[in-house]
Design a binder for this molecule. Sequence first.
Ligand SMILES: [Zn+2]
Ligand SMILES: [Zn+2]
Length: 128
Amino acid sequence: MSALIRQRALINPTQAWSRLPPEIQQEIGRLAITMGLGHMGVSAAIAPRSGFLAAEAEGLSGLCRLIADRLVEAFDGDGQPLLPDLTVLGIKACRTCFCTDAFGCPEGCSWISSNLCSSCAQDARGSF
Ligand SMILES: [Zn+2]
Ligand SMILES: [Zn+2]
């Protein structure tokens, strides 16, 4: 089965963040810290669980709201989010399907080259 992957536009999160005004950058930082600490508390199963769950969820929903309101360039013409370029964060990703070591293709894959996974290499050979 050949997976047809719609070519997606990537957004550079570092550039997007750097173009925001300082007060929005600060708000993003506060929300990210809140979400991260909430997630760590939930993952470590420490009390009060509902407090950590709330911190994680409120941080994430606040981030989404702020991105939707203030980062117009992060969305395509249909209002769908662009895919963040993970390589900017130093994360190795496939150039075709954007899978990573932590989130590989559903059928399983390995690295064929520094930026191409075995699933996509197979698709390229199988296409005509
Ligand atoms: Zn791939
Ligand atoms: Zn893959």
